[in-house]
Design a protein around this ligand. Structure first.
Ligand code: C6P
Length: 414
């Protein structure tokens, strides 16, 4: 298996960049400036090597074979689960369910927990800044059960209205589902306080942590949430692997979501019994290589240090915010006092796709579009934004590059 990266005291971003082979690439004749980590972060060599090493030397199906390779694959898969448990400080590895990503995790909760629990007139509370993954599964559940989706408003900075939230928690509220960090605005929600209010009322709490785990320390016990969802590919791991943390007592009470192999203890035509946690929610052959890669990604983050990553990214955020805000005609979308490592913006008279295309011609990768958060775009009255998002490998020089390239693009497109 691949070695863990060296740790140094100073945050040596140029050293860290060497761990990411893709960052040496040139795009359109220019050194790649990758500012789209919120969509998918790049992978260090340790992750790439862990996945390749697994495939080359240990690949077999898990929990099924008596032979050596199957036992090795099972051990690697379960070791990855234990790393995830430690990473989010879950009480037990039984609380860690491997899924495809955040989207699948939230759909699992909606269908396995929500469908069994909710009745006509019950309420689900989300906020206006949610990603479609934390909206549409609840809309589907409402269609199926007659429950009502209620939406907590945000203000012009992109901050969730805490008072409105407290007022909307009612006797029929059964589920509160909130992002920890908004992918379109960067807003960091004060989740501990918000979830505490729900918990006191016995409401099930679901957290979309997709944009939080790569940037800040997450402790599910401290947060006090019932469910926490995140994706491997936003935290320097592979695509197609993600995690649903679920409080053991709630997972135990839930019926299975999908049926098939692995999730059963015994099957007969007179009745089927279901497997123990967490396997009851992992029907079929899982993404074993992905789990191994995710484990290596966690090792990488821990070796660099999540608190140091967070501090470095806050410096990038401050620099990007100050530089971009100084550009006439450019409006930052999302100006919450507590923000994570991204900037979304609109430029008068220029479509974000045109801006994104010009930036790409200079080797700068940003995301343009609605970022799967169409209600946010509607709220701010824009069809789309340009979003630059930062990861642990981005440098101050790259922020300067972005600033210069945006200025040049505006001159060219106006
Ligand atoms: N956001 C972005 O560019 P999946 O696709 O299941 O791994 O993650 C979905 C998801 C859920 N919640 C939040 C807050 C997210 O940011 C995302 C993915 C990407 O912002 C792709 S749309």
């Amino acid at each position: 298996m691949a070695a863990v990266p060296r740790v140094t005291d100073a945050y040596d971003v140029m050293r860290i960049r060497e761990d990411f082979p893709i960052l040496a690439r040139r795009v359109n004749g220019r050194p790649l400036v990758y500012l789209d980590s919120a969509a998918s972060a790049q992978q260090p060599a340790t992750v790439i090597d862990a996945v390749a090493g697994y495939s080359r030397e240990h690949h077999a199906n898990v929990h099924r074979g008596i032979h050596t390779l199957s036992q090795e694959a099972t051990a690697l898969y379960e070791a990855a689960r234990e790393r995830v448990r430690r990473f989010v400080n879950a009480r037990s590895a039984s609380e860690i369910v491997f899924v495809r990503g955040t989207t699948e995790a939230i759909n699992l909760v909606a269908q396995a927990h929500g469908r069994a629990q909710l009745e006509q007139g019950d309420e689900i509370l989300i906020s206006w800044l949610e990603h479609h993954s934390n909206i549409v599964p609840w809309q589907l559940l409402c269609e199926q059960t007659g429950a009502i989706l209620r939406v907590v408003p945000i203000d012009r900075r992109g901050v969730v209205d805490n008072d409105a939230y407290a007022g909307m928690l009612g006797p029929r509220t059964r589920i509160v589902a909130l992002a920890q960090v908004s992918n379109a605005l960067g807003t960091v929600l004060p989740l501990r306080e918000l979830l505490e209010l729900a918990r006191r009322r016995g409401i099930t709490t679901v957290v979309d942590g997709a944009q939080a785990v790569p940037h800040q320390r997450v402790d599910v016990q401290q947060l006090g949430c019932d469910f926490y969802a995140f994706s491997g590919h936003k935290m320097y791991g592979p695509t197609g692997i993600g995690v649903l943390y679920g409080r053991e007592s709630i997972l135990e009470s839930m019926p299975p979501w999908q049926g098939g192999g692995e999730m059963i203890l015994s099957v007969s035509f007179s009745g089927t019994t279901y497997n123990h946690l967490p396997h009851r929610f992992e029907a079929g052959t899982p993404n074993i290589a992905g789990a191994v890669g995710l484990g290596a990604a966690i090792d990488y983050i821990e070796a660099v240090g999540i608190d140091r990553i967070g501090r470095h990214e806050q410096e990038l955020l401050a620099s990007a915010t100050a530089q971009l805000a100084s550009i006439p005609g450019l409006t930052l979308i999302g100006t919450a006092p507590q923000k994570s490592s991204l900037v979304s913006f609109a430029v008068d008279g220029i479509h974000p796709h045109d801006l994104g295309t010009v930036l790409d011609s200079e080797g700068i990768a940003v995301r343009t579009g609605h970022h799967c958060a169409m209600p946010v775009m509607e709220f701010f009255g824009v069809p789309a934004t340009t979003r630059a998002s930062f990861g642990l490998y981005n440098s101050r020089a790259e922020i300067d590059e972005l600033y210069g390239a945006v200025l040049r693009a505006i001159r060219m497109l106006r």
